[in-house]
Design a protein around this ligand. Sequence first.
Ligand code: ATP
Ligand code: MG
Length: 180
Amino acid sequence: MKLKSLEISGFKSFADDTKIEFEDGVTGIVGPNGSGKSNVSEAIRWVLGEQSAKNLRGSRMPDVIFAGSSDRKPLNRALVTMILDNSDHYLKSDYTEINVTRKLFRNGESVYQLNGQDCRLKDILNLFMDSGIGDNAFSMISQGRVEAIFNSKPEDRRFIVEELIGVSKYRLGKEKAQRE
Ligand code: ATP
Ligand code: MG
C-alpha cells in the first residue's frame, strides 16, 4: 500500500486546486517558512478523519477552509482527496486503488467519500483501523510530538513503542480478561 497522490482545494493556504504526486521512494517537501509544508501533512491528517480543530492548529473546524488573502476572497469549502495504491490489499478492501475524500462547507455541511461514494466518518476510521495509518497512529509525527516523545515518562514511552509494534491490542484484551 502506498500514498499515490493528494488533491487539495480550498484547504488552508491551498486556495487553488493542487495535486501532489508521490513517486516511489522518499518524498521531501521543502519551502520557506509559512509556505504551507505543514498544511500538506495536516491535509492528510484531516482526510483521515481528524476531529480536533486544535490538532490542525485552528480553533474551529471551518478554520481549515481558505480564509482569503490580500488579493483573494475567502472560499466556501475545503476539499482533500487522498489516493492510495492498494494493489497489495494491505487495507481490507477489494479496491486496488482507494480514494478517500473529505469536504467541509462554511455552513458546517460535511461530506466523506470512499471511492466516490458518500460514506460515514466511521467507514473511513474502520478502513484505517489497525493499519498503522489512522489519525492517531504514529505514522504521522508532528513537530511538537517529537519533543513530547523525548520528554515523556518511561511508562508513556513504552506505550508508544507498544502502539508501534502492535502489542497494545493484546494488552487491552488482557486487561479486559482480567476485569471479567
Ligand atoms: P514552517 O517552515 O514555519 O513550519 P510551513 O511551510 O510548515 O512553515 P504552514 O504552517 O504549513 O507553513 O503554513 C502556514 C501558512 O498557512 C500561513 O501563512 C497561514 O496564514 C496559512 N493558512 C493557515 N490556515 C489558513 C486558512 N484557513 N486560509 C488561508 N491561509 C491559511
Ligand atoms: Mg511547518
